[in-house]
Design a protein around this ligand. Structure first.
Ligand code: BDR
Ligand code: CA
Length: 295
């Protein structure tokens, strides 16, 4: 299964990327970066540091420096000043590519056979909205878009009803929702059910690979930066897991739009115009087993 990963690493992005790079059924064709959890310079550098830890050479293409029209939401209190919770990652071994993210996404989709590339979106949807707008013919050639974002019945994590990836760039999300792509959204309703506790950290420590150790340290950093009892949600790793094992998720079709107002509801996803597939249930312990198994 060939995937392009669009990401803003980000603690849970890093976990998702390490999993995708480790899983034998996934080929990561390229990584595109977007500003989100932290600025574009740092998300791009972090993607390269994650690749160095994994010992993989995958091209990294920097994308949007910020949301399409607004300022965005600051997440550094969770992901730390370096975006990776202060966890020790090696220095990059390669440079980012000179081609920008959207040009790379579009070229790859045009070059590869139609319907063979999945896009896994782990951050704000700015690059994907640019792809849909600038290269609609290329966008139509993707097999699937799977994105982490939004909250359906759950409370939000940056506003009362809004989740970070959508709230950071609501206009981009609305463009992507409206694009009639083969699109599956994974909201907080599912990702908050996939939780790592201290026993899971011990399991990761026992695996003994550098990538499992890094994931253990990333989740430990997430414990330190947030409150939430005895466990923490693993948002972005749900995306590559759904790509591989959709049967672990209960998918519902819903008509949704994005709240693009200037109020505290900006970024909320609401009953609306665009038919989407939305993951609303998950076999959480099987997701956790798949993750640790690949690591
Ligand atoms: C999403 O927001 C980011 O902080 C995480 O990386 C994840 O993609 C969760 O709301
Ligand atoms: Ca993310």
């Amino acid at each position: 299964m060939r995937v392009l990963i669009d990401t803003d690493p980000g603690i849970d992005d890093a976990i998702a990327i390490l999993f995708a790079l480790a899983h034998p059924e996934l080929e990561v064709v390229g990584i595109t970066t977007v500003a989100g959890n932290i600025g574009i310079g740092t998300t791009t550098r972090n993607a390269l540091r994650i690749l160095a830890l994994a010992g993989k050479n995958v091209p990294v293409h920097a994308g949007a420096k910020g949301p399409l029209t607004r300022e965005g939401v600051d997440e550094t209190r969770i992901h730390g000043a370096d975006g990776l919770g202060g966890v020790a990652f090696p220095e990059p071994r390669i440079e980012p590519s000179g081609t920008d993210a959207v040009a790379f996404l579009s070229e790859t989709l045009m070059e590869r056979p139609e319907g063979t590339i999945d896009i896994l979106a782990l951050g704000p949807l700015t690059n994907i909205a640019e792809l849909v707008t600038r290269a609609p013919e290329a966008a139509r050639r993707m097999r699937r878009l799977i994105a982490m974002g939004g909250a359906v019945h759950e409370r939000g994590n940056v506003g009362p009803r809004s989740e970070f990836n959508i709230a950071h760039d609501p206009e981009a999300a609305e463009i992507v929702f409206a694009a009639s792509l083969p699109f599956t959204l994974i909201p907080l309703d599912v990702t908050r059910k996939v939780r790592a506790d201290h026993a899971y950290l011990a399991r990761l420590a026992d695996i003994g690979t550098p990538r499992a150790h890094a994931v253990r340290d990333l989740i430990a950093a997430y414990f330190d930066a947030t409150t939430g009892g005895e466990s923490r949600p693993l948002h972005d790793p749900c995306v590559p897991v759904l790509a591989l094992r959709p049967e672990l998720f209960r998918i519902e079709s819903m008509k949704l739009s994005v709240n693009c107002s200037a109020s505290e509801l900006a970024g909320a996803i609401e009953p609306g115009k665009h038919m989407l597939d939305v993951a609303m249930g998950v076999e959480a312990s099987e997701v956790l087993d798949l993750l640790s198994g690949a690591l």
